[in-house]
Ligand binder design. Structure first.
Ligand code: MN
Length: 228
């Protein structure tokens, strides 16, 4: 049977160093997963249960490059994050087995229209307009865990125009990756192709047109965008 409109393209991340593709099904993001970032956003850093929101797979922008300043916002923030991709899904995945479900890791930006997100928070509305907009998820190629391992410590950082603005360590995550997968798989049926943005360290801030954002998770990859 034929589709009645053109079939939308399958979003994907390139697999680093190959001509293969990792197809993306869903994008989950965890909020406030580094204590210092929770504090800078005005929240208690105590270990509350993790919470999640989603971006749309077609919000991905693969690799770096020119990043158009988005519409409808005057306060757009960077959030540099470690991203993981699942090769296996399931429900109620125990933390002890969670890493067996991970295909690999990438570096992404959870770009955020902070003014729209702030309004949504105030009104008790969903975060979608602040988080799930066009090109809101720049991301590097994905690196198989067979090559980069399962990083649980190491520097995660971002420079704006050459000045260090975020400088954290993966070991500062409040909810570790296996716990995050366990928790998320109790809420949703996870599947191959799902990405999880694992949260951002302190030091988020607003971009201006002309800014160059360069960020990395050491040992995984580096991502650079220019705001145009
Ligand atoms: Mn984030």
């Amino acid at each position: 049977m034929a589709y009645v409109i053109p079939q939308p393209p399958q979003p994907f991340l390139p697999v680093a160093g190959t001509d293969e593709r990792f197809p993306v099904r869903r994008i989950y993001c965890v909020g406030r997963n580094y204590a210092e970032h929770a504090i800078e956003m005005g929240h208690d850093p105590d270990r509350e249960p993790p919470f999640f929101f989603q971006k749309c797979p077609d919000n991905l922008m693969v690799g770096g490059g020119d990043w158009p300043y988005p519409v409808a916002s005057a306060d757009v923030h960077w959030e540099l994050e470690l991203v993981l991709g699942l090769k296996e899904g399931g429900t109620d995945i125990p933390a002890a087995k969670a890493l067996d479900h991970v295909y690999g890791y990438a570096v992404g930006l959870d770009m955020t229209r902070r003014d729209l997100q702030g309004e949504a928070k105030k009104m008790g509305r969903p975060w979608d307009v602040g988080k799930a907009f066009e090109l809101s998820a720049p991301c590097t190629a994905i690196h198989p865990a067979s090559e980069v391992g399962h990083p649980d410590h190491g520097r995660i950082w971002l420079e704006r125009n050459g000045e260090v603005r975020q400088d954290g360590d993966l070991n500062q995550m409040i909810w570790k990756i296996p716990e995050m997968i366990e928790y998320l798989s109790g809420l949703f049926t996870l599947a191959p192709g799902d990405l999880i943005f694992t949260g951002t360290p302190a030091g988020v801030g607003a971009v201006q047109r002309g800014d160059v954002l360069k960020g990395a998770v050491d040992g995984v990859d580096e991502l650079t965008i220019k705001v145009v």
